[in-house]
Design a protein around this ligand. Structure first.
Ligand code: ADP
Ligand code: MG
Length: 318
């Protein structure tokens, strides 16, 4: 199968049709029509076999997750997903793999209203790169730099499930049979919090998505905002599938340092606390208050009201 046939069969005319795509796949560039009064939010992510995913990861999950990771970045800015490009490097043309990969990719694309408008296909080690474009009303994007002393710290969903799911897959952890599928699914099929991101616009003072672990990602907000924070470890939202299978110390380690939760962490001034609760309830997203922004530049923890010393660090790529 030639490159053009491959594109035609698996990627052209699939998924969302958007009226703002003037010219899609097939020319040297795609053309899109941005919405007036909005700015374009752009982000890209690369997944390399053996580094970001194992060779035996189901292709459908890989297709879904490649896009979900990008959508999570848009969510963290409060942006609405619109267009994506896909750069694929593949060692060979494996039609079964491509069929499943594209199925997972377009499942996420359809759900979140993203059109595939172009890409690049080459031979090489297996590697997936997606560039996503979203739109957000001018001056309304959620940034890392807006947290203020006294703001409350919140997260969506539950923390640490994805990292435990990964440990189950690698054989590093064993869990009760009835919890296995849930935890592995949280690793393979994370939910990008796009609706929550919209709901937070104009209300949250800062936001970030949790890809490298809470400790590390909250650290980015603290640095960008030039503040510190106190996190109450007993307030971290944990799934029963997690707490059923590991002790408290391990649960905290998963929640604070486990990567790829793709939940949102955000800060809220006291004046917007009620409005946020209403907005997130409407978005149907669970959320929890886990601490508060304070003066200084340190991330501190408490457990049952007492200071808690820890060495919890997030994932580092280098
Ligand atoms: P060029 O050589 O001008 O970069 P290509 O021959 O690589 O163009 O690609 C032809 C068309 O197919 C372009 O519109 C490109 O955006 C699109 N395309 C290539 N690979 C992919 C892919 N994996 N997914 C979606 N579109 C693709
Ligand atoms: Mg090309």
């Amino acid at each position: 199968m030639k490159e053009f046939q491959l594109i035609e069969q698996f990627f052209t005319n699939r998924g969302q049709k958007r009226r703002d795509v003037t010219l899609g796949i097939g020319d040297d560039c795609a053309l899109v029509q941005p919405c007036e009064g909005k700015v374009i939010a752009i982000s890209c992510d690369t997944l390399v076999e053996g580094v970001h995913f194992f060779a035996d990861m189901p292709a459908k999950a890989l297709g879904y997750k490649s896009l979900a990771a990008n959508l999570s970045d848009l969510a963290a800015m409060g942006a609405e997903p619109a267009w994506m490009t896909l750069a694929l490097s593949l060692p060979d043309v494996d039609e079964k793999w491509l069929e499943q990969f594209s199925l997972g990719l377009f499942e996420a694309a359809e759900y979140y209203g993203v059109a595939l408008i172009g890409g690049d296909t080459t031979r090489g080690p297996k590697c997936i790169n997606i560039t996503i474009h979203g739109q957000v009303p001018e001056k309304k994007a959620l940034k890392r730099s807006g947290a203020n002393i006294g703001d409350w710290v919140f997260v969506t969903g539950t923390l640490g499930d994805s990292a435990l799911g990964l440990d189950i897959l690698t054989g590093d952890k064993q869990v009760a049979e009835e919890d296995k599928a849930y935890l592995i699914n949280r690793h393979y099929y994370p939910t990008p919090r796009v609706l929550a991101g919209h709901a937070l616009r104009g209300l949250a003072s800062s936001a970030i998505d949790l890809s490298d672990g809470l400790s590390s990602d909250l650290g980015h907000i603290l640095k960008a905002s030039d503040v510190g924070a106190v996190i109450e470890l007993d307030s971290l939202p944990l799934s029963e599938q997690l707490t059923n299978n590991v002790d408290q110390q391990q649960a905290l380690a998963y929640a604070l340092t486990g990567g790829e939760d793709y939940e949102l962490l955000f800060t809220v001034p006291e004046s917007q606390r009620g409005a946020i609760a209403t907005a997130l309830l409407h978005a149907g997203v669970k959320f929890a208050r886990i601490g508060q922004i304070c003066a200084g530049d340190k991330l501190k923890f408490t457990l049952n009201g007492e200071p808690f010393k820890s060495e919890f660090k997030g994932f580092k790529h280098f």
